[in-house]
Design a protein around this ligand. Structure first.
Ligand code: ZN
Length: 321
């Protein structure tokens, strides 16, 4: 047992026994298939756990987790709950082992196994992947669209109104209000929340776009270095590699992402809608810089000798002897 920073016992390991009621397969935004065990509710570290991630089919086979089994579940600190082992695996009436699917359970499309560990859906338009991408885009760590929860995303995607993040900004009140369980007032609230997300800034947008190799820290570093999506998209590999946390692989992934016609189309529509525009202080500082350039040009034209003393970065300069 280890005490957390604030003295709480956030690292205490909690265990419990639960029964596996079902095993289903989730499709993530990148297409990775994950088996998930639905278990009888068990209280661990103050929260009731009903679902446990089994990571991949090899892991599931290794632990030989089957529907109806009693399993030992544990949770430690911020680590998500895991199944340690089956506790009654020797009983005679066990169900059959869960077999990995041959096709994507969401879109019935073909699967690949690129890294030998995970099965992946190859269809970028797979509805499960689209929903997960939108959910990630709207999440608190990205564009933080408060009124856009999983149930609404489900309806927006299933109705065909939303296929990409850019479609959110093209939503109209009539279409949104016609969705089941929505109504005009909720639709207006949703559209206001979507509108408000336009000013979240570049770092949030980069996180929301699900770019490979781009976590929150790298997104902030990229946004600080390039300032606008346009500048970032025009950057070459060397410029990208200068940014902390990017590296060779990250730079190549960024260039490939921006080179992909599908990403480009979504980004173009987002930009046209005014999403990820530089926040006010960026605009103000670029305005100050251009005013400064005008002033220097004026001084040069007037033939006055000057010394750039403090550099342009601070927005200060000195001219005189
Ligand atoms: Zn699929």
């Amino acid at each position: 047992m280890k005490a957390g920073r604030n003295g709480s016992e956030s690292w205490r390991v909690m265990t419990g026994i639960a029964t596996v009621e079902a095993i289903d397969v989730q499709v993530g935004r990148t297409g990775i298939l994950t088996p998930v065990a639905h278990i009888s509710p068990v209280r661990l570290a103050g929260t009731v756990v009903k679902r446990v991630n089994l990571y991949n089919f090899d892991e599931m086979r290794l632990k030989d987790v089957r529907v109806g089994d009693d399993v030992l579940v544990w949770e430690a600190g911020n680590v998500i709950p895991q199944i340690v082992q089956v506790v009654n695996g020797d009983r005679a009436d066990r169900s059959s082992p869960c077999v990995p699917p041959h096709r994507c359970p969401a879109c019935k499309g073909p699967l690949t196994r690129p890294g030998a560990v995970h099965l992946c859906c190859t269809n970028p338009n797979c509805p499960a992947r689209v929903k997960e991408r939108i959910r990630h885009f709207a999440s608190r760590g990205a564009m933080n669209i408060k009124s856009l929860g999983p149930a609404r995303i489900e309806r927006l995607v299933d109705s065909g109104l939303v296929r990409t993040a850019a479609d959110l900004y093209a939503l109209e009140i009539g279409g949104a209000a016609a969705l089941e369980g929505m109504g005009e007032q909720s639709a207006r609230r949703l559209l206001r929340a979507i509108e408000a997300s336009k000013s979240r800034g570049l770092a949030s947008l980069l996180v929301g776009l699900s770019m490979p190799h781009i976590g929150n820290t790298t997104a902030k570093a990229l946004a600080a270095r390039f300032g606008t999506l346009d500048a970032l998209m025009s950057a070459d590999g060397w410029q990208l590699r200068e940014v902390a946390g990017v590296g060779k692989e990250g730079a190549e992934a960024i260039i490939a992402f921006f080179g992909n016609p599908r990403s480009r189309s979504v980004i173009h529509r987002l930009m046209m809608a005014g999403v990820g525009a530089p926040p006010a202080h960026h605009a103000a500082s670029s305005h100050r810089l251009s005013a400064l350039v005008d002033k220097i040009t004026h001084i040069l034209k007037a033939g006055v000798r000057f010394v750039l003393a403090a550099g342009l970065r601070g927005g200060e300069y000195d001219h005189g002897n």
